[in-house]
Design a protein around this ligand. Structure first.
Ligand code: C6P
Length: 411
């Protein structure tokens, strides 16, 4: 049973996010699309501005004061992320553009070096395209075999069916930690253990997990973990790849350019040690500071409290939506994060989203970059409401009222 945290500082949190108090087209904002991208608190916005105003220069290049200060802040941000994920070393934290780039980095670098024809990659049927397509490149280029764990009717993943796909030829398992469409929390600890039993490496797509629950990469014994700053209340343009040091050391660079080299000549180039080896070119300097501010912000509230708040919202939304005739929730696994996908038997999801918008309620409608999952459920799209640390029950009431409005118009 969920214990309701009456001291959760919801008013303070909402006040920290300037956009939440704004009105658009004459309606107060009801933002229920944090799964696509979360809003930013002043702490993040101010930290990014502060870097530009007070200590901005290119990093790792200049010996002058500002460059040294900017470098120091950038590397301190890496340490903040290291601590957040429970990684052993800061050099195991690679800054990328987003989850998509983090996964592509592993598929491209690890996959090209270590995978051979006939090797197998196991993914699940609920993956985002970002955790499907990079592995399909390896199918085309190297003749590896992609195996897919089927999704159960409630949106969960069966450990038995997963285990049955693992063989000594399985080299990589790549799975979402939490589904962006269904909210399903996958049994990742068991999945990792079973994969390691056959000698496979595991990448978790944590794009939808790090903002909902604490993640400890050492406790999970995960090989690679990917997430995006913008879904964790941080800036766009910055993401993270965690990788075990020995794996990252064994992998070739992903991109060539500035900052990732030790020495360059026309005959031979040698590479910088971790993490620079994987950070070619000028990185997202102010965004890294913004990401660290986002991590500090969520940890100051406490991920356990955020999760309890979101669980309460999820339970409330599920109960209220289930009372509506003609509405079906897609994804009813017992272990779920605060994402509710639904269909109405009298209106298309795009019409739903449009009418919601006219009521000031922002949700996403579509395939959510998970087309195989839509095919599995035999639906073209869903309407999806997702809840973040700043959402309230009153906003769920607004969601339900918006469904009633669609009902009036379409039924
Ligand atoms: N999902 C959604 O509305 P990027 O774009 O690289 O920051 O994140 C990609 C990504 C990867 N994996 C999962 C599980 C995701 O949910 C996403 C992004 C958004 O559901 C945008 S499509």
């Amino acid at each position: 049973m969920t214990v309701i945290d009456r001291t959760y500082p919801i008013e303070q949190i909402r006040a920290d996010f300037p956009i939440l108090s704004k009105s658009f087209k004459g309606k107060p904002l009801v933002y229920l699309d944090s799964t696509a991208s979360a809003m930013k608190p002043s702490q993040v916005i101010n930290e990014e501005s502060r870097v530009y105003e007070e200590e901005y220069a290119n990093i790792h290049r200049g010996v002058y004061y500002l460059s040294a200060k900017a470098t120091e802040r950038y590397e301190q941000s890496r340490k903040t992320v290291q601590k957040f994920l429970g990684a052993k070393h800061a050099r195991e934290i690679i800054f990328t553009r987003n989850t998509t780039e983090s996964i592509n980095l592993v598929a491209s670098s690890y996959g090209r070096k270590f995978l051979r024809e006939g090797d197998e990659i196991v993914i699940t049927g609920l993956e985002h395209h970002s955790n499907i397509v990079p592995w399909q490149f390896l199918v085309e280029e190297k003749g590896v075999v992609l195996k897919v764990v089927p999704v159960e009717e409630d949106g969960s993943i069966s450990l038995e069916k997963y285990a049955a796909l693992l063989t000594p030829r399985t080299k990589i398992v790549a799975a979402a930690h939490i589904s962006n469409v269904l909210g399903t929390i996958l049994p990742v600890a068991e999945m990792i253990r079973l994969a390691h039993d056959v000698g496979a490496k595991v990448l978790l797509d944590g794009a939808q997990a790090v903002m909902h629950q604490a993640v400890d990469v050492q406790e999970l014994d995960i090989d690679f973990y990917a997430f995006s700053g913008h879904k964790l209340y941080g800036p766009t343009g910055i993401g993270v790849l965690y990788g075990k040091e020995e794996l990252l050391n064994a992998m070739p660079p992903y991109q060539g350019g500035g900052d990732m080299i030790a020495s360059v000549s026309f005959e031979k180039t040698t590479y910088a040690p971790l993490p620079a080896k994987f950070e070619a070119g000028t990185p997202a300097i102010a965004q890294a500071a913004g990401l660290a501010a986002a991590v500090d912000y969520v940890t100051s509230i406490g991920l356990d409290r955020i999760r309890a708040h979101e669980d309460e919202l999820l339970a409330y939304a599920t109960t209220r939506l289930n009372q509506l005739e003609g509405l079906r929730i897609i994804g009813t696994a017992t272990k779920k994060a605060a994402v509710v996908s639904f269909v109405l038997d009298y209106a298309h999801p795009h019409d739903i989203a449009q009418i919601f918008d006219s009521a000031g309620v922002s949700i996403r409608a579509g395939h959510h970059c998970a087309q195989p999952l839509m095919t599995h459920f035999k639906i073209p799209a869903t309407a999806r409401a997702s809840f973040g640390m700043y959402n309230t029950k009153a906003e769920i009431d607004a969601l339900v009222a918006a469904v009633r409005k669609v009902e009036e118009m379409f039924r």
